[in-house]
Design a protein around this ligand. Structure first.
Ligand SMILES: NC(=O)c1ccc[n+]([C@@H]2O[C@H](COP(=O)([O-])OP(=O)(O)OC[C@H]3O[C@@H](n4cnc5c(N)ncnc54)[C@H](O)[C@@H]3O)[C@@H](O)[C@H]2O)c1
Length: 360
């Protein structure tokens, strides 16, 4: 019989999806025993929907509960660092929503804290999970794709005034960034997940769609460490929403599904460049086992890693890489210059990617 981890979910916004798609779909792996939210209406509604017995407003109260194995943090971004540090100090495993924290300095602080902790910390990147993308990753990992040439990554979503009526959104102090940090961060993580580290960026950002402080539209031109090129684009003003990844390698081109919030799902087009490549790819996928989408796939993989001590499906280093890319993109857009990675602690944006007037 598998071990059942007891989970406390903190924040009932996206936290509701963690429960609905991930935890309550696998009662053999997880039991959500606590919901914590400072909004009593949301607490009551989400708690009732999933029949969660313990509903509390105080995060500190959750930290003191001895039976909790995993604290899953789904609060606004500016709270993540302190809540992650406190949950690790309480000896719990921690799951935390994106963006993990607000700077490279903060992520390094968290990595140091996690190093000596009893529990393990998994940042959220649920877009990695879906059958189509996982097949593409398997083909690349088997060495069948060949030399990487080009990636084209689009995040074309839509956000309106109602979305920005939630007070923490749209402001540097509380959202910590705009479309590059809060929305396209998923698709940009997928770029590195499939094509490796980024070597250099040139970015432009603009606020065009909504009257907000942070950017809602951006483009960037990238050089990957392996020599491939990539183009990124994001807007929150697209009439029809989609996420799209197109990756051209020497032996195969991958084209994602267009589902905006689950681009990893089937159908992916896997287009071999030759008969030999087609045969090798067919052989590599002969015993393929279906990979569930989003939180269902991510949390099941997390369970395996927590039980057998293997690498988590999203690591702190993965979150650091994504925040390093964010830092480089913002610095490039602000300075109107190309920026090379990695960014060292003496880089001017290491302590904060925020524009000068918003730095603490
Ligand atoms: N992975 C994804 O696809 C995805 C999607 C949406 C949001 N997010 C991220 O999830 C986080 C939350 O976003 P959201 O859209 O759910 O926001 P939200 O405002 O809808 O929900 C956040 C909830 O946290 C509660 N909260 C705030 N402070 C709290 C505290 N100290 N203790 C307990 N509860 C507290 C609020 O009352 C609110 O109900 C953000 O970091 C966001 O970027 C991720």
């Amino acid at each position: 019989m598998s071990r059942i981890f007891k989970v406390a979910v903190i924040g009932g916004g996206i936290g509701r999806a963690h429960i609905a798609e991930g935890y309550s779909a696998r009662p053999d792996l997880f039991e959500v025993v606590v919901l914590c939210d400072i909004d009593p209406v949301r607490l009551g509604n989400v708690g009732k929907q999933f029949g969660i017995a313990r509903q509390v407003a105080s995060f500190d109260e959750v930290l003191a509960m001895p039976d909790i194995d995993i604290i899953d943090i789904c609060t606004p971004p500016s709270l993540h660092l302190e809540q992650c540090l406190a949950a690790l100090a309480a000896g719990k495993h921690v799951v935390c929503e994106k963006p993990l924290v607000g700077s490279l300095a903060e992520v390094d602080r968290l990595i140091a804290a996690a190093h000596g902790a009893k529990g393990r910390l998994m940042p959220i990147f649920q877009y990695r999970f879906g059958n189509g993308l996982q097949k593409a990753r398997h083909i690349i990992q088997q060495g069948l794709a060949g030399k990487p040439y080009l990636a084209t990554i689009e995040t074309a979503w839509n956000r309106d005034a109602a979305y920005y009526s939630v007070p923490w959104r749209g402001r540097f102090a509380t959202e910590l960034g705009g479309a590059l940090l809060g929305h396209a961060i998923h698709a940009h993580d997928l770029l590195s997940y499939l094509m490796g580290p980024v070597a250099s960026v040139f970015a432009r950002t603009a606020t065009l769609v909504n009257p907000i402080e942070v950017e809602d539209t951006a483009t960037a031109s990238l050089e990957m460490a392996n020599g491939a090129l990539a183009s990124l684009s994001v807007t929150l003003g697209s009439a029809r929403e989609l996420s799209r990844l197109r990756l051209c390698f020497e032996h195969v081109t991958f084209q994602s599904a267009l589902e905006p919030y689950a681009p990893a799902n089937d159908p992916w087009h896997i287009i071999p460049n030759s008969k030999a490549a087609a045969t090798a790819i067919d052989a590599a996928l002969a015993d393929w086992r279906f990979v569930p989408s989003r939180f269902a796939g991510l949390f099941a993989a997390m369970h395996t890693a927590l039980v057998d001590g293997s690498e988590l499906p999203v690591t702190l280093q993965d979150a650091r890489n994504s925040l390093e890319l964010v830092t480089a993109l913002y610095h490039s857009a602000e300075q109107r210059l190309p920026v090379d990675l990695p960014l060292r602690p003496d880089h001017p944006a290491y302590g904060s990617w925020l524009p000068e007037p918003f730095r603490g």
